[in-house]
Design a protein around this ligand. Sequence first.
Ligand code: DC
Length: 220
Amino acid sequence: MIVAIDGPAGSGKGTVTKLISQRMELINLDTGATYRCVAVSVLDNNLKVEEEDKIAALLDDIKIEFKKEDEKDKVFLNDVDVTERIRSKEVSKIVSFVSGITEVRLHMADLQRKMAEGKDVIMEGRDIGTYVFPNADVKIYLDADVTVRAKRRYKENLEKGIDMTYEEVLDNIVKRDENDKNKKLGALKKADDAVFIDTTDMTIEEVADKIEYIIKEKIK
Ligand code: DC
């Protein structure tokens, strides 16, 4: 079974996906983390986001793995734990541009499909219901008021010790929204058959309950 959860940064998709994956024993695949890993490689190789050919040439040497260690979800890039680093300010600044490169998208979408093969998964991203798995069993699109999304992400960053002001977070989200919605391939967009949920005034539990109900109705 494939459950696709798409939506912009701060819409609640990460937290809600984690919660539902625990409640319903679905494997959680955070597709944004795969793009963030490519962004780490771009930084490590001192490349600029405009150097698209050089970035494309890195792709075959990038190994990304999601593992559970001590009950925690970890992300490994070429066997190095990058779980924290992929959330850094430097990575957040360039990731949307890196993920806009067509070769990167084709490569990552392939990888994401392979990661899901033969499994029951809940995948969060921007283009899961529209491009990666257009035949997903359940499609959800989450959104919320941009200032609410920025406040959520700011609070999350504080808890993780990521040093960004509220203004920086808001600016980053506005720029990423704009760039993500205008990608040539796999742009951020609600699939026609996705259920739209506005999470502005909802708690995570309320959103998770609603999605759990939709999934259960589907598999009944
Ligand atoms: O969900 P996130 O903030 O970790 O995603 C990071 C970036 O990756 C986001 O700006 C857009 C991109 N992304 C994408 O283009 N397609 C996806 N399926 C997931 C993320």
